[in-house]
Design a protein around this ligand. Sequence first.
Ligand code: C5P
Length: 202
Amino acid sequence: MQPFTVAIDGPAAAGKGTISKAVAAHFDLVHLDTGLLYRAVGARMLLGEDPITAAQSLVAGDLDNPDLRTAEVAQAASRVAVIPEVRAALLDFQRAFARRSGGAVLDGRDIGTVICPRAEAKLFVTASAEVRAQRRLAELTEGGFQTDFDTVLADVKARDDRDMNRADAPLRPAEDAVILDTSDLSIDAAIAAAIDAVAARR
Ligand code: C5P
């Protein structure tokens, strides 16, 4: 079978991660959550390392760090993600992953626009900031973190602002991406819609 690349982009907490895993399982493709790369660099910056050096020396083991899911690391990730040298250092790893035999699903912010502009299928998964904050709050509360809606909404908006307004690889849909707004969809309905959109390109 020809390599088949699926690019899934969108803002924080829109449902990209869940949708990407389900699409990968359905089409039997490997999956890379590219946000983890930026989170790993952000986590090393919080420990005092220079982010460019951290990006250039990133190893697969850095991605296994269980602390990468915290809100503090998410903010650090979006801060290191504005640095062009950090993005450049992470480019080859992502492209090599996309070329793996059989194909792959990559999710992030710039997969359809910069990393894999020739991906066979592109989705842009989005939802209103309020819906995304509500979902993130539920996840955090379930995980035992004490926080509130306004704090999470402010975090989501700060990250959106940084991701959409940076000069290098800003968050935006590729011209040929299918837009999937999950604001009013259950997760099952969102997954079904994503699988249909990818199947149409298969
Ligand atoms: O997707 P996730 O929330 O884990 O991403 C963390 C941060 O990493 C994002 O807010 C964004 O700034 C950055 N990122 C990026 N490009 C990607 C994936 C993530 O700039 N492809």
